[in-house]
Design a protein around this ligand. Structure first.
Ligand code: PEP
Ligand code: MG
Length: 976
């Protein structure tokens, strides 16, 4: 039971009670999953025990430590899809990075390859690679990410000489294509796209058909004999250029297009005839001139220069900055710019464009998956303007192209040995590849693809483990709607199952609204016609996303899948009226006060709250991956659990013991709180001992339950930690109730409550300080532990308790309390006449900076250490765990902090204390067992760090145990 519920004044707020800050990263995991049902599985699946680390590794030399600190400053390499393509089977010859070179070509001469993604961006590197392996890629060139960095260093001016280099590269493209840039009769047209080293879908901008102007559009029409196509290309350029380069609101263009469509009685864009598009170009140019204050540029080089600047500029647009913050992307140079000769999917019905995945990105099923649109250009598929056809319908349109795509799927997977996300265009029956990148996928798909690829012998076990982003495993533990309830509650409509999961919430109609209402604790579902990159903050805050247009590869779908957030897209029956704040489905209205349920695995939308069921737990491929993880991990994973049911669940999830049982959580239920208060309010030792005697059986019963659930595995029980006034009532009514219950006066209770008041409870009378003042509390708790262990032993249950003394900062504290605990253990054994071995270890938390600084002294009295990095972070930074949210958003948006230090361990600062505590502890006691039980124990990056430091185990909440197991294996594999 979280103590937060019991808090009655802000001052009493503290870390154990308000895990909300430190647990924010695990919000999805811990909050949503606390009631999860799981399928039982035997503990025998997890046979591996924690391996001891060598003393040598444990006590590195100063030089080694320095090196390790330096490493620690860098984030551990990302192991997710973000890190890009894995090794290739048939590698194209490795290309050379040339210092200062701003442009790398691909085409007839290809200067880059897939290893150069930091410099060329993922897109540029893969265009070069695809060209090298012989795939049909239109020629082009990439301006490096370093050039982008120089642009910013140069106060947003293009580096000297860049445009000369660009002109040379354009000349080369002209030669390859036999067309001239800006030529009035047969112009060379190019696309301009951004592309960072790490994929940021939809975050940055694309400009197509660049090079067209009033004259060359006529030439293009004449040359292709297709006036409609030429003006379609031109209107797109003016629109994209106006929007992306000059910041003209897209809405103005959209409105003008709607009016033309109405005038020409056109249902869709493709129904507008050439005359309409010609007219539209004029209207667009007028819109452009009105909002920009000058004519649409006719000089193609001017167009190109400004487009390059716009791409560089988009790197620091708010939406891109937000995306990088949410995704934790740090240390990137900037974006590359890819300039590529245009091929056209909109020249007629033998043309088209599409996006696809070589396997299903939601489920991982090995079947070509994607969408295409006939007679359409680039962005039409992702923009969700027209509803695309699934690629399975492509053979009916063009069998040969489909066959070619299937053969390219194989070539790409053989080459990249991973699932790819591709973009392609068909120009008059000829297929061109425009992009390939490692495909984003759900946690389920990541696990299934990894297992399939091991079976297909494409990758090794280790590679497979590294392919799965550890944090995404939580998606396999996501809830789903109860099928029975679904049968009784007919779906209002069915959209596309864009990202799995089941969400219930109140509709929010804008991203800002979603952020605001979610920050107040409301569960909201973001309901939009379509989402755009501007909406990322709102999408992130919402529990689910529902869009009325867009396909499986729309922005909403791609981003939601990346986050593992439930999303239903393209639900055409949903009519949204954003200004009024309602949406309608088949005549039924839903406003902000209504609840809706969306099923991201089926696309169904229901009125009201549909009951959810928790997933099956670790079975099938998931179990296989977990088994492999345990095979490779060298660091153990325990859990933080305070109840037998949490302990059971964690064991099913593979925990190898309990690293932290917070005993304060055991004093709230039923009559326990009354007895606890009686103990706290006691004015003398006798009364306190009387109350403690009443608490003893409760404690014993709790411990016996947990030891039984963890039979054969260690259970670290932490003695009482919070300041006592956290258990006391503060409101007059509650005080009266306590006074009546205890048969004392209201004044007596008030007097005691005031006496216990502290200005700084977090640094006050808590942790081991309580046991120093009230040794009888420690005696009762230790007695309960020993009696429970003996009871278990008598019932043939192997209890392995470990007693942990919190908040030690001075060695004498531990020496004194250890002695007392040992005396109690001996006394209880004697009383119970228990002759068998009862090896109860006594250790401490290292959560106060002084404890880390004097860990060698403290280790003399400890059998184990456990880093309490929640308090250690709090006390190192001087940030209150309870109040950090008042300023953290400013620190994150202004890049003062790279991330919330309560979520991911601050390796540079707090890490020094961890390393010092570790090294000093091990220098005094080479075999000292050392773990971590702060919330960081479930954060993959922090887990990796703990591995590097050499900890024996991490301990985290039950639903993060699988994540920590995989992260521990990844750390072992990556660090060799
Ligand atoms: C810690 O401080 O890291 C810890 C685990 O203890 P608590 O969160 O209960 O303070
Ligand atoms: Mg603590």
């Amino acid at each position: 039971m979280p103590m937060a519920k019991k808090k009655s004044s802000k001052k009493t707020a503290r870390r154990t009670t308000t895990k909300k800050v430190a647990k924010k990263a695990a919000k999805k995991v811990t909050k949503k999953t606390s009631r999860k049902k799981v399928v039982k599985r035997t503990a025998s699946a997890h046979k591996k025990t924690t391996k001891k680390r060598s003393t040598k590794k444990a006590t590195p030399s100063a030089a080694k430590r320095h090196a390790s600190k330096k490493r620690a400053k860098k984030s551990p390499p990302k192991v997710s899809r973000k890190s890009g393509a894995a090794s290739t089977k048939k590698k194209a010859p490795k290309k050379r990075v040339i210092a200062g070179k701003m442009i790398y070509s691909f085409g007839k001469k290809t200067e880059g390859d897939s290893t150069m993604r930091t410099l060329l961006g993922g897109k540029g590197a893969n265009l070069a690679e695809m060209t090298s392996i012989g795939l049909p890629v239109p020629a082009g060139f990439t301006i490096t990410t370093e050039t982008c960095a120089r642009y910013y260093q140069n106060k947003k001016r293009l580096p000297k000489g860049l445009m000369d280099e660009v002109a040379k590269s354009i000349t080369s493209l002209e030669k390859q294509r036999g067309k001239k840039f800006g030529n009035e009769n047969d112009p060379l047209l190019v696309s301009v796209r951004s592309g960072a080293a790490v994929s940021m879908p939809g975050m940055m901008d694309t400009i197509l058909n660049l090079g067209l102007n009033d004259k060359s559009v006529k030439g293009l029409a004449a040359k292709t004999g297709n006036e409609r196509f030429a003006y379609d290309a031109y209107r797109r350029l003016i629109n994209m250029y106006g929007d992306v380069v000059m910041g003209v609101d897209h809405h103005h263009f959209e409105q003008a297009f709607s009016e033309i469509k109405e005038r020409y009685l056109a249902d869709s864009d493709t129904d507008v005839p050439a005359a309409g598009l010609k007219e539209l170009c004029d209207v667009y140019k007028a819109i452009y001139a009105k909002h920009v204050g000058s004519r649409f540029p006719q000089d193609p080089f001017k167009q190109l220069k400004l487009a390059i600047e716009a791409v560089f500029g988009s790197w620091n647009a708010d939406k891109a900055v937000s995306y990088r913050r949410i995704e934790g992307m740090v240390g990137l140079n900037g974006t590359a710019v890819n300039v590529q000769t245009m091929v056209f999917g909109n020249m007629g019905d033998d043309c088209g464009t599409g996006v696809a995945f070589t396997r299903n990105p939601s489920t991982g099923v090995n079947k070509f998956f994607g969408e295409f649109l006939v007679n359409a250009q680039g962005e039409d598929v992702v923009a969700g303007i027209r509803t695309p056809q699934p690629v399975s319908e492509m053979p009916a349109w063009n069998k040969a192209i489909f066959k070619r795509l299937i053969s390219i799927k194989k070539i790409l997977e053989d080459h990249y040995t991973d699932m790819q996300d591709i973009e392609f265009t068909i120009e008059q029956g000829e297929l061109f590849m425009l992009q390939t990148r490692t495909g984003k996928r759900t946690g389920l798909a990541a696990v299934n693809i990894a297992c399939d690829m091991i079976r297909e012998k494409r990758i090794t076990e280790k590679q497979a483990l590294l392919r799965i982003p550890a944090g995404d495993l939580v998606q396999l533990l996501l809830p789903y709607f109860d099928p029975e309830s679904k049968l009784q509650n007919k779906a209002l409509t069915i959209g596309l199952p864009a990202s799995p999961g089941a969400s219930v919430g109140h509709p929010a109609f804008t991203a800002d609204e979603a952020v605001e209402r979610a920050s107040k604790g409301e569960q909201v579902i973001l309901v939009r016609k379509e989402t755009s990159p501007e909406d990322v903050d709102g999408m992130h805050s919402a529990v689910g996303i529902l869009t009325s247009t867009g396909g499986m590869t729309s922005h909403a779908a791609v981003v939601a899948r990346g986050w593992g957030k439930c999303c239903v897209a393209g639900a055409g029956a949903v009519e949204i009226n954003e200004s009024v704040g309602i949406f309608r489905i088949n005549g039924k209205s839903f406003g902000r006060g209504d609840l809706i349920s969306i099923d991201g695995s089926t696309g169904e939308i229901f009125a009201g709250s549909t009951p959810r069921i928790e997933p099956d737990g670790i079975t099938g491929n998931f179990a296989k991956i977990m088994k492999l993880a345990d095979k490779h991990a060298t660091m153990g994973v325990r859990t933080n659990a305070d109840t037998p049911s949490d302990a059971h669940r964690a064991r099913e999830f593979g925990a190898k013991g309990i690293g932290l049982t917070r005993t304060e959580h055991m004093f709230f239920e039923g009559e326990r709180i009354t007895t606890m208060r009686e103990m706290i309010l006691a004015e003398n030792l006798d009364d306190r001992e009387t109350a403690l005697a009443k608490l003893l059986p409760f404690q014993r019963e709790d411990f016996a339950g947990i030891f039984t659930a963890m039979h054969g595995l260690p259970v670290t029980v932490r003695l009482l930690d919070p300041p006592l006034h956290e258990f006391l009532p503060h409101e007059p009514d509650a005080i009266k109730k306590v006074a009546d219950n205890l048969g004392v006066s209201v004044e007596a209770v008030q007097r005691r409550v005031s006496a216990l008041h502290e200005a700084n409870p977090m640094m006050g009378h808590r942790g081991c300080r309580l046991a120093i003042t009230y040794p009888e509390i420690l005696s009762m708790q230790v007695r309960a532990i020993v009696e429970a262990a003996i009871e278990c032993a008598n019932n043939k249950i192997k209890a392995i308790p470990e007693i942990m003394i919190p908040l030690v900062g001075i060695e004498t504290e531990l020496a004194v309390l250890r002695k007392q605990a040992e005396e109690v253990i001996a006394a209880v054994k004697k009383e119970k006449n228990f002759k068998k071995k009862l090896d109860i270890k006594i250790g401490t938390m290292i959560e106060i900076p002084r404890a880390a600084l004097t860990a060698d002294e403290i280790a003399e009295h400890a059998d184990f250490f456990s880093f309490g990095t929640n308090d250690l972070t709090q006390l190192t930074f001087g940030y209150s765990r309870d109040d950090i949210n008042t300023f953290l958003p400013d620190y994150l948006t202004r890049d003062i902090l790279p991330e919330d230090p309560f979520q991911s361990l601050d390796q540079t600062g707090v890490g020094q204390l961890v390393e010092m505590g570790f090294n000093k502890g091990r220098s005094a006691k080479p075999g000292l067992k050392i773990g971590i039980c702060g919330e960081h124990g479930g954060d993959p990056k922090s887990v990796h760090y703990c591995h590097r430091v050499g900890l024996n185990y991490v301990s985290c909440s039950p639903f993060r145990v699988p994540i920590a197991r995989l992260a521990a294996a990844q750390a072992a594999i990556m660090d060799g």
